[in-house]
Design a protein. Structure first.
Length: 343
């Protein structure tokens, strides 16, 4: 069964139109209901500190939150993130309607935000573009969420796609923008959590999908592209990794050194997490390009458990010391921004 069927099960489909959301009384709260457009609500925000409440339904639209919508909260009306779904189906290689070319990886995103202080909670963000439906397209990256504002906070959010599900980026090559994901579910196949942000994932669930391909590995969970000057990249803590594919079909990570920033020094720490059998325990890392071998990158683990975390070849699984692990925490990565203390 394809994802677009699963997403629509039991939910009213809302095709986004021009109908604006409406404010509640004198408060800075906008409500989006089936038949409304989330983008129209974003456009209606006139300053910092607004909240947009998305009511149950499936909203097929692309959403773009610009940098001037600071301190915005976008949340579901109910706590179940499956109830309100924002979804679209652009890919890297999808032609733009105006004939100006293809969208590219970043442009394929269903949900994009450059806004500092963004909070997203209790929603599903998805890209249901499928390779099988488009055999003529070779640019198969199809992003669910592309975030590049400092102090981005996702809580209880489902992020669904295949290749390049979640793009955690920064506002500039010299910026160390911070992002925090707590109790989120993220699924995909190739490099489905990637980018250069300082990104902390706490109590998150990463799930690798089955792929109808004959080769191994079928994909990788992480592909960080951390700037060399940034001491902190991606941190996954107290999380878990499961798989819909066969045992050892996936790698934990590979380093991404973009052509536009060849000085990048990717950083990834996975600690105190359960790694299921879908991850190759003997050789959990691989290269994206032979010129940038993973062994020269900042890839470390600490106190992980599960069959995918077994250390059979120590050289293939660099570990933090206890002293080093004391530095790789959410507090160190996020500094004076402490979204985990919110109640």
């Amino acid at each position: 069964m394809r994802r677009r069927t699963l997403l629509g099960a039991g939910l009213g489909l809302a095709v986004a139109g021009a109908a604006p959301a409406f404010a509640t009384g004198g408060h800075r709260v906008l409500h989006v209901r089936p038949g409304d457009s989330l983008q129209a609500a974003v456009d209606a925000v006139t300053g910092p500190g607004w909240t947009i409440v998305v009511h149950p339904g499936t909203y097929r639209e692309v959403v773009n939150i610009p940098a001037d919508k600071a301190e915005l909260t976008v949340r579901g009306a109910v706590r179940d993130p499956r109830a309100a779904v924002i979804i679209y189906d652009n890919a890297n290689g999808t032609q733009k309607p105006d004939g100006s070319g293809t969208y590219g990886t970043a442009g394929s995103a269903t949900f994009t935000s450059a806004a500092p202080g963004l909070t997203v909670r209790d929603l599903t963000l998805a890209n249901d573009w499928l390779r099988a439906d488009h055999p003529d397209i070779t640019g198969t990256q199809a992003v669910a969420a592309y975030t590049y504002g400092d102090r981005t906070h996702f809580e209880n959010v489902r992020l669904l796609a295949h290749q390049d599900t979640l793009f955690v980026e920064t506002t500039a090559l010299t910026a160390f923008d911070r992002q925090y994901f707590r109790r989120c579910y993220i699924e995909g196949d190739v490099d489905f959590v990637f980018g250069r942000a300082t990104a902390v994932f706490e109590e998150c669930h990463f799930h690798t999908l089955q792929r109808d391909v004959a080769f191994i590995p079928k994909g990788m969970v992480f592909a960080p592209s951390t700037a060399r000057a940034n001491p902190y990249g991606i941190l996954a803590v107290r999380s878990r990794i499961t798989s819909g594919a066969e045992d050892a079909a996936y790698k934990l990570a590979r380093p991404w050194v973009p052509s536009y920033e060849t000085t990048a020094w990717p950083s990834l720490v996975v600690r105190n997490s359960r790694i299921g059998p879908g991850i190759d325990p003997v050789a959990p890392y691989t290269n994206m390009r032979e010129a940038y071998p993973w062994q020269t990158m900042r890839f470390r683990e600490y106190a992980n458990s599960g069959p995918g975390a077994v250390i059979s070849v120590p050289d293939n699984r660099p570990q933090l010391t206890a002293e080093e692990a004391a530095v790789h925490t959410r507090r160190t990565y996020l500094g004076n921004w402490r979204p985990y203390e919110r109640r």
